[in-house]
Design a protein around this ligand. Structure first.
Ligand SMILES: Nc1ncnc2c1ncn2[C@@H]1O[C@H](COP(=O)(O)OP(=O)(O)OP(=O)(O)O)[C@@H](O)[C@H]1O
Length: 298
């Protein structure tokens, strides 16, 4: 139930250190109600530390954090019951069956979903009677997702939810997330799969070295320059390559100049950068800026 105009998640200037290591270093993040936000970033960027701080499992050193209007470091059971959490690694209750554990966890919530419906939704119907220790890695991950959604959360945290899924399981999971979105669930997910972010997220936030380095809708991330098309063609065995905002006009000009009899441009390719290309460019720039910073610091 949305009772205020405040965002579902608001983070300003979050800092968290482990000894000398700055895991999160001034991170800002905002997630509106009903939004799906994907947090991307290289290993060690601070994604899990951030998410676990929002879930109330880690304490921030500094910064303002509000999740569903409350400070996770102080919020109580009623607040927790409004969250769904899928951690990166859950290993417990190995002797319980899938059905037992989903029903058991549903019992913690005031208004849970139907556990049997959740077992169906995550594709574990034919494993419902299996002990969790006998599940494959991907099946275990589906169970983690089932436990995250069975409480019918307003806000769902998914930390690398599809790691270890086969392609079909990943597509089924995406459909499950889309149905949760259609029901109005707000979702913050971390992922290393760019395709997953592109398919699911309204907004992508790229984190490196504990800070946000870029954010935007998947189609806009990195700005117009990073999104420019590349046109390639071949003349006398030499390949030409040009970046352009107006690929159609360039191809029309090339066709007029080079199309000779049949109107075809030899070796023509029009390439659009994928989200992955843009992401790798952003991370590369960040690493380069970092190296330059270290160079000047020396
Ligand atoms: N409990 C801890 N004690 C000490 N250092 C930690 C701890 N947890 C995380 N770190 C360090 O903090 C940094 C950020 O880690 P974090 O797990 O938040 O990154 P991440 O972006 O989630 O990475 P990944 O993509 O590998 O899951 C890393 O350098 C990590 O080694």
């Amino acid at each position: 139930m949305v009772t205020t105009n405040a965002p579902a998640v608001l983070v300003e200037g979050l800092h968290k250190r482990y000894g000398e290591k700055r895991a999160v270093d001034g991170l800002d993040l905002r997630v509106e109600h009903g939004e799906i936000v994907a947090v991307l970033g290289p290993n060690g960027a601070g994604k899990t530390t951030t998410v676990e701080t929002l879930e109330g499992f880690r304490r921030a050193d500094a910064g303002h954090v509000r999740v569903l209007g409350e400070d996770p470091a102080r919020a109580g059971r009623a607040w927790r019951a409004r969250l769904g959490v899928v951690l990166q690694d859950n290993r417990d209750l190995a002797e319980a069956t899938v059905r037992e554990i989903v029903h058991h966890v549903a019992g913690f919530y005031p208004a849970p979903r139907d556990p049997e419906g959740v077992i169906d939704a995550v594709g574990l119907r034919d494993r419902a009677g299996t002990r969790t220790r006998a599940l494959s890695g991907g099946q275990r991950r589906r169970l983690d997702v089932a436990l995250g959604v069975v409480g019918d959360p307003e806000l769902l945290f998914l930390d690398e939810p599809t790691t270890g899924f086969d392609p079909q399981a990943r597509h089924e999971f995406w459909e499950l997330v889309e149905s949760l979105r259609d029901e109005g669930t707000t979702i913050l997910l971390t992922t290393h799969y760019l395709e997953e972010a592109e398919r699911l997220a309204d907004r992508v936030v790229v984190v490196a070295h504990g800070r946000v380095v870029a954010e935007g809708a998947p189609a806009d991330l990195g700005g117009r320059r990073a999104r420019r098309a590349r046109v390639r063609w071949t003349v006398d065995g030499v390949t030409h390559d040009e970046a352009t905002d107006t690929p159609t006009a360039l191809v029309a000009r090339l066709a007029a100049e080079l199309g000779r009899t049949d109107g075809e441009v030899p070796g023509l390719q029009v390439l659009r950068p994928t989200l992955e290309d843009v992401y790798l460019g952003l991370i590369g720039q960040d690493a380069a800026a970092d190296a330059a910073g270290e160079e000047t610091a020396r």
